[in-house]
Design a protein around this ligand. Structure first.
Ligand code: ADP
Ligand code: ASP
Ligand code: MG
Length: 396
């Protein structure tokens, strides 16, 4: 059996027109001889009746904190509604289709509600339905625990469902259909003239996704990479051939730029001027104990700096001030990452980054780099400008 997995994101399945577009992609794959597994997201974006954010906001109208188990049960409905709408669209066009929840599709997860990890897949139900000649529509973003509780996989998790099923079913390809033509050098919402990247390695896309390029979920890319399942990112709304992600070598100096807003910076100094290794250990242990994840860590004699999610900034102050440290908190920052496997062999990239930002009066608060990424912390207000000037500087 030649299997293809096609995933359609929220904007793709939001309207009857979008579902008709999706239908043409599904039928084409079927006519090419594939057994088709379709993964769908919840319909639309915040404000649309069955979108994930709408459901979250709905329950928040009851003014009490929501148990994460109940929250997952609620938001899993968005994807389930979407499977039935898609299955009925196919049935109407004369193509037998079956809708399955994540649990019915055999996706087993741990009990970490809201961010559950997939611990196993039993594809026998999907395979039986495919064998009977159906197109199988699976609700993305969800699974089921061994106890039968419904879980969700973290925001953007329908991509993870698609990659997981692609890998478990040994699919020939996983196609991620969305509202852009493919993976671009930078988010086209910030730089409309951004160019499409036709071929990318898993490593390049993982790095872009981990640094905030939400066009595909980083976990999905990692799962596909482990089983070497090729992934195509394409538009539901055009005939563009999209981006092919597979194994291979890249020598691009800068592949693209990714970014994350909503970040707060923390600078810790000792009140008496001394801040030693024992302080670093203590500070990072206190933060880890409070479940706060840190990034862009920099330790130098007398001071430590790092970034956290904006919403954790207040808590960091509450934890560290009583310990006697001098703490400076800078809210509303953004991290911009330039990603390129080839940059490790080229001198002068850092100098160009710093010079470009400086030339445009963009204040740089901190940088970190790895062999394939240079990340810069700037103010959120200057983020778009910083992305554009770096985009131009590197001719992306
Ligand atoms: P879906 O609902 O289809 O999963 P998402 O909103 O999760 O869609 O992802 C698609 C969006 O990702 C695009 O609309 C685009 O704005 C954004 N995006 C961010 N970085 C990139 C990039 N490098 N290339 C293409 N799109 C990007
Ligand atoms: N509907 C979920 C979300 O909005 C999952 C997804 O779209 O991938 O995060
Ligand atoms: Mg997405």
């Amino acid at each position: 059996m030649r299997i293809i997995v096609q995933k359609f994101g929220g904007t793709s399945v939001a309207s009857a027109e979008g579902r008709e577009r999706a239908l043409t992609k599904i039928i084409k794959a079927k006519e090419e001889g594939f057994s088709v597994v379709v993964v769908v997201s919840a319909m639309g974006r915040n404000g649309d009746p069955y979108a994930t954010d709408t459901l979250i906001n709905l329950v928040k109208t009851i003014d009490v904190s929501v148990n994460s188990r109940e929250m997952d049960l609620l938001i899993s409905c968005g994807e389930i509604i979407s499977t039935v709408m898609m299955a009925q669209t196919l049935e109407k066009a004369g193509h037998p289709a079956v809708a399955l929840s994540g649990g019915q599709a055999g996706i087993l997860t741990d009990q970490n509600f809201g961010e559950a990890q997939i611990i196993g897949v039993d594809p026998k139900n999907i395979l039986r339905r495919l064998g009977e000649g159906n197109i199988v529509i699976v609700a993305g973003f969800q699974g089921m625990t061994a106890d039968g509780d419904i879980t969700t996989l973290g925001r953007g998790g329908s991509d993870t469902t698609a990659a997981t099923l692609g890998s478990a079913l040994e699919a020939e390809v996983v196609e991620i259909y969305t509202d852009v033509d493919g993976v671009m050098t930078v988010d086209p919402r910030i730089v409309p003239e951004a160019k499409i990247l036709r071929n990318l390695t898993y490593q390049e896309v993982c790095e872009m996704a981990n640094n905030g390029a939400k066009v595909v979920h980083p976990r999905a890319v990692a799962i596909a990479r482990d089983k070497k399942v090729p992934v195509k990112v394409k538009s539901t709304f055009t005939e563009d051939s999209g981006t092919l992600i597979c194994d291979g070598q890249s020598d691009r100096v800068i592949t693209g730029i990714a970014f994350q807003a909503g970040i707060g910076r923390v600078l810790v100094k000792a009140k008496n001027g001394h801040l030693g290794p024992e302080d670093s250990v203590k500070i990072f242990k206190v933060l880890a104990g409070a479940g706060i994840s840190v990034d862009m860590n920099s330790i130098s004699p007398g001071q430590i700096s790092f970034v956290v999610k904006q919403e954790a900034l207040g808590k960091v102050g509450d934890l560290l001030l009583p310990e006697g440290y001098e703490v400076e908190l800078l809210p509303h920052c953004a991290k911009i990452a330039l990603i390129g496997v080839g940059m490790q062999d080229v001198l002068g990239i850092m100098a160009r980054v710093v010079e470009t930002l400086h030339k445009h009066n963009i204040k740089l608060f901190q940088t970190v780099d790895s062999e394939i990424t240079i990340s810069c912390l700037v103010l959120e207000d200057q983020m778009n400008q910083a992305i554009k000037v770096l985009y131009n500087e590197f001719g992306l």
